[in-house]
Design a protein around this ligand. Structure first.
Ligand SMILES: [Zn+2]
Length: 166
């Protein structure tokens, strides 16, 4: 089901399920709903910790539907895109962890259910995460979560990856 691959200073987690929030945090300890059976983010971090590769991590959840397994970690919830991006910066400010994991849902896009973020905002978020990880000597990765408008999903994913690679 899941394979954790180490590549340079990035931790990349590949899941062998299609997108559509295949393993989102809607999967909690004892139940699941929608398309969600496993909490990919929680599993990834537990495996990395058990293998002694990380001891600290921050989860940044940018999916519209935060909840259940990682609900109490970090999820920006502002109602303007400028405030949202600013809040991400605030969350990341001064963070010192071994790994930052992004629950990368794109259903908060202006042309998706959430109707909030522009494509360039995903680039900004990716850039901030990468800079924070680099400053603290840690790594970063993202797991694809929600995103239902296929006309814009690819552009948004590419923008986040560009930001993480900048
Ligand atoms: Zn969602």
């Amino acid at each position: 089901m899941m394979k954790v691959v180490f590549h340079k200073d990035f931790y990349q987690v590949y899941t062998f399920e299609p997108a559509a929030e295949a393993g989102r945090m809607e999967a909690s300890s004892y139940s699941s709903w929608g398309f969600c059976y496993f909490n990919n983010m929680a599993i990834a971090l537990v495996v990395l910790r058990q293998e002694g590769l990380i001891s600290t991590a921050l989860v940044l959840d940018i999916d519209l539907h935060f909840g259940d397994g990682t609900v109490n970690i970090h999820n920006p919830s502002e109602r303007s895109r400028e405030e949202y991006v600013r809040q991400v910066g605030h969350i990341l400010s001064g963070v010192q962890v071994d790994l930052i994991g992004i629950s990368a849902g794109f259903d908060n896009h202006i042309d998706d259910w959430g109707g909030l973020l522009e494509t360039e905002d995903y680039f900004s978020i990716g850039t901030m995460v990468r800079q924070t990880a680099r400053a603290s000597g840690g790594g970063c990765f993202a797991i694809l979560e929600g995103g239902y408008n296929h006309d814009v999903l690819g552009h948004n994913v590419a923008a986040l990856i560009d930001g993480l690679s900048s």
